[in-house]
Design a protein around this ligand. Structure first.
Ligand SMILES: Cc1cc2nc3c(=O)[nH]c(=O)nc-3n(C[C@H](O)[C@H](O)[C@H](O)COP(=O)(O)OP(=O)(O)OC[C@H]3O[C@@H](n4cnc5c(N)ncnc54)[C@H](O)[C@@H]3O)c2cc1C
Length: 507
């Protein structure tokens, strides 16, 4: 199964790409959903079930995006704790978020049961633990906020991993599963109701008239409503300045002593580490994750895997590291996802983005909110997740910090010829963005010594890309667009590839 990186995730191994069954007839759709990750497919099934004629358009294959690289904890607690949500959105905002998360987890569990999905879904408790005084104070506040939000939590005397701790919070009713098996099964159900999936089709632009007309890399498509379930919307939008892209790293390891943790366990460092077990086709693994950083801000992405592995080896009897992979998420400026009307567009154009590390609940919250907006014209959560909200206080510092990049990274100029000779000295596997006198090139030398040169100006907002050694891609630090060594788009928001530079000619 294809994914947006060079590393193989735990969910990909020996899994063939999804093959859509229904033949595509070009007609006017009720709803076109762009993006076939967990968000797009969950929403498509809900709408198709309610009699809407839907089409899901995917630039690559099902689960190619972050859903294929997630670690699939299903939580009603969020990376941005309820104590912070209360500060920024009030106690009623936190209670609404907790209620939405409860509904989301219930929908996911109901889908698993109703469609009898074999995806190793399991309910189990989550544990958050502190390791010093400062973290213990933080944990007290988190517990207080979570209780005020209406979620049952308590202190625990124990955690199911051999790590030293001061205090522990336990939350029951959390869950885990295999996300790819789940999404593939939902897609099959959606198709059995007549839903259309078009893979290898990138939406490049659209006309926002009464009928939305989409320009794609295949046919032109028309729909009455349009949803961007693309993780980050295409084009240049207010939300690109309110969401910051981050990379996060994961390992799946086999333990020598077979002492796999029975729970979802998180520490309180920033970025935090987490541990959980997962069975895949009868084999047990422990998943560990962390070492997050802003996309394009860490040249040595392999080092992130080394640090993560060192952390895991410090605490566990690691027999083998079976998988290592990284993936991308989007941090919202004020800590709350953006779900609803796409800013700057008519009311029947929708978006779901800014999920942070909580896309399992947020994908299902999005499916519930957007299906309500489409089917009933309203949702009880419309204002909480409103993508057009103005929150001058919440997230303001973040907003400035994250967007310093956007301004600082704008570049111009064309390629300078002399410097290509110097770049030809790159070691195999090495990559560099090279700038001189206002001219720049992003050059990658592959393992066979072949040079791949592209214009480093991201086609989305002209920021300069940087090389991600772990996943072998050019990553944009501003809004997270990612490209192959030859400049093809791996991840949006860009819809056009980096301009290739013909080295032969230039040399
Ligand atoms: C390492 C890591 C671990 C994580 N772990 C967890 C976890 O344990 N629990 C949790 O809740 N969340 C977790 N998350 C977050 C969660 O995985 C994501 O929020 C979620 O998978 C996003 O799903 P999505 O369907 O919205 O987006 P995606 O899965 O990224 O799907 C979007 C799809 O849209 C397609 N697309 C994009 N542009 C276009 C276009 N122009 N035309 C057509 N198609 C397009 C892409 O190809 C892609 O397939 C994690 C994230 C990371 C990075």
């Amino acid at each position: 199964m294809q994914r947006d990186g060079a590393c193989t995730s735990l969910w990909q191994q020996d899994v063939p790409d999804y093959q859509p069954k229904n033949e595509f007839r070009n007609e006017l759709f009720d709803v076109i959903i762009v993006g076939a990750g967990i968000t797009g497919i969950t929403l498509a099934l809900l709408l198709q079930k309610q009699g809407k004629k839907c089409a899901v358009i995917e630039a690559h294959k099902l689960c190619y995006g972050t859903t294929g690289g997630t670690t699939a904890h299903i939580n009603t607690i969020f990376d941005n704790p309820y104590s912070q949500v209360i500060k920024d959105f009030g106690e009623s905002g936190a209670q609404q978020l907790a209620k939405a998360a409860g509904n989301a987890v219930a929908l996911l569990e109901q889908n698993v049961k109703q469609y009898n999905i074999d995806c190793e879904f399991r309910k189990l408790p989550a544990y958050v633990f502190s390791q010093n005084d400062e973290q213990s104070k933080q944990l007290d506040q988190i517990i207080d906020g979570t209780l005020k939000a209406g979620i049952e939590v308590s202190y625990s005397n124990d955690i199911p991993i051999p790590v030293p701790y001061e205090k522990v919070m336990v939350v029951r009713g959390q869950a885990q599963f295999n996300p790819v098996k789940y999404v593939f099964a939902l897609a099959k159900e959606y198709e059995s109701l007549g839903g259309i999936i078009i893979q290898n089709c990138r939406v490049e632009n659209f006309k926002d008239d009464e009928i939305k007309v989409l320009q794609t890399t295949q046919d032109e498509l028309s729909g009455k409503s349009l949803v961007f379930a693309t993780h980050i919307p295409i084009g240049i939008n207010l939300l690109h300045f309110r969401c910051a892209p981050y990379r996060s790293y994961a390992l799946a390891v086999k333990l020598g002593n077979n002492d796999y943790p029975d729970g979802l366990i998180y520490d309180l460092y920033d970025p935090y580490h987490y541990y959980r077990a997962q069975e895949v086709n009868g084999e047990l693994f422990m998943i560990a994750g962390g070492e997050d950083h802003k996309t394009g801000h860490n040249e040595n992405t392999q080092e992130c895997f080394r640090k993560l592995e060192a952390d895991v080896r410090r605490h566990f009897d690691v027999k083998e590291v079976s998988y290592k992979w990284s993936s991308q998420y989007y941090e919202p400026a004020d800590g709350m996802a953006y779900i609803g009307n796409l800013p700057g567009h008519s009311e029947n154009v929708y978006v779901a983005t800014g999920f942070s590390g909580n896309g399992m609940p947020y994908s299902h919250i999005s499916a519930l909110v957007i299906s309500d907006l489409i089917l009933r014209g309203n949702s009880e959560y419309k204002s909480l997740f409103n993508p057009n909200r103005i929150k001058p206080v919440a997230g303001f510092t973040n907003f400035i910090k994250e967007n310093a990049d956007v301004v600082g990274q704008l570049i111009s100029g064309v390629f300078s010829k002399e410097k290509l000779h110097e770049l030809a000295q790159l070691a195999p596997g090495e990559s560099k963005v090279f700038s001189v006198d206002g001219s720049s090139a992003a050059i990658h030398k592959d393992e066979n010594g072949k040079l791949h040169a592209v214009d480093p100006a991201c086609t989305h907002a002209k920021c300069t890309v940087s090389w991600n050694y772990a996943e072998q891609s050019w990553d944009c630090p501003c809004h997270g667009a990612r490209y192959s060594a030859d400049g093809e788009v791996i991840t949006g928001p860009a819809s056009k590839g980096l301009k290739p530079i013909n080295i032969e000619e230039k040399l």
